[in-house]
Design a protein around this ligand. Structure first.
Ligand code: ADP
Ligand code: MG
Length: 262
């Protein structure tokens, strides 16, 4: 029998694994460098602080950073029921980083799709209110594969900076998500302004994210400042402090406008 015809048990396992998850929240940006991972990691912490049972799945191949932001992650433990993710600040965290431990991060599309399948088929999340997924930073095949497996009650929050480059990619992402039937909960504009004493500077432009939201009739959830303190705590791996930064508090306001925290 050729490998093409072999039954892939992971295809059967994945829906079973995701059954115990009430909501899959995908955080996507279509590209890297816009703060998607910081938003994902902090969102998971905020939801956990609000007494939800939360998981974080880091599928950001271009820089899986949840292990840094969460202060170094233990390896998942191999139990009879599957791989059980370590828990940090109330969040169950599973990252490509832990999964490929020591091996190079996969680079080809096929390898990436295999890892996603593997991660989803093996991880035992247990009963979970919200699984936050830091989505692959692209609008191609690897993203589509992730969407095809992350089924159930689901929605996406899109992260963009005010720069035209980022907005253009998110524009494409919105059309792609609409075609695949994924509900978009809203758009968050990150790195929208820098506050210097009493002066506010908008280095990447103004209003673009709001305009994009109204173009597609999507909710604009709010904008997050460039916050050196948040960046520092992310680099130092101090998740307990991250949620109380300006960045964290503004993000919580954004989330309160969605079904997740209303
Ligand atoms: N609002 C912000 N203020 C300060 N630093 C930020 C902000 N958003 C992101 N960063 C920092 O910018 C860098 C890129 O963010 P990251 O979340 O890794 O982007 P992405 O996942 O989109 O590639 C990281 O060092 C992150 O801590
Ligand atoms: Mg990232």
């Amino acid at each position: 029998m050729s490998s093409r015809n072999k039954l892939d048990y992971r295809e059967v396992l994945i829906p079973k694994r995701l059954k115990a998850i009430k909501y899959i929240l995908m955080i996507a940006s279509g590209k890297g460098g816009v703060g998607k991972s910081l938003v994902s990691a902090t969102t998971a912490l905020i939801l956990a602080k609000n007494n939800l049972n939360v998981g974080l799945l880091d599928l950001d191949f271009h820089g899986p950073s949840s292990s840094v932001i969460y202060g170094g992650l233990k390896m998942p433990s191999e139990e009879e029921e599957g791989l059980v993710p370590p828990v940090v600040e109330g969040v169950k965290v599973m990252s490509i980083d832990q999964f490929v431990e020591g091996r190079p991060i996969p680079v080809s599309g096929r390898e990436k799709r295999e890892i996603i399948k593997e991660l989803l088929a093996l991880t035992h999340w247990g009963d979970t209110d919200v699984l936050v997924v830091d989505m692959p930073p692209e609008t191609g095949d690897v993203l589509l594969t992730s969407l095809s497996y992350l089924r159930g009650r689901r929605g996406a929050i899109l992260v963009t900076t005010p720069s035209k480059l980022s907005l253009k990619v998110v524009d494409r992402l919105i059309r792609l998500l609409s075609e695949t039937g994924v509900e978009i909960l809203g758009i968050i504009e990150n790195m929208s302004r820098l506050e210097l004493q009493d002066k506010k500077v908008s280095p990447f432009g103004l209003e673009g994210a709001k305009e994009l939201s109204s173009k597609y009739n999507i909710r604009f959830l709010g904008s997050l400042p460039i916050d050196p303190e948040a960046s520092l705590y992310a680099d130092e791996g101090k998740p307990e402090k991250l949620i109380y930064t300006r960045f964290g508090l503004e993000l919580e306001k954004c989330l309160k406008k969605t079904v997740l925290l209303d």
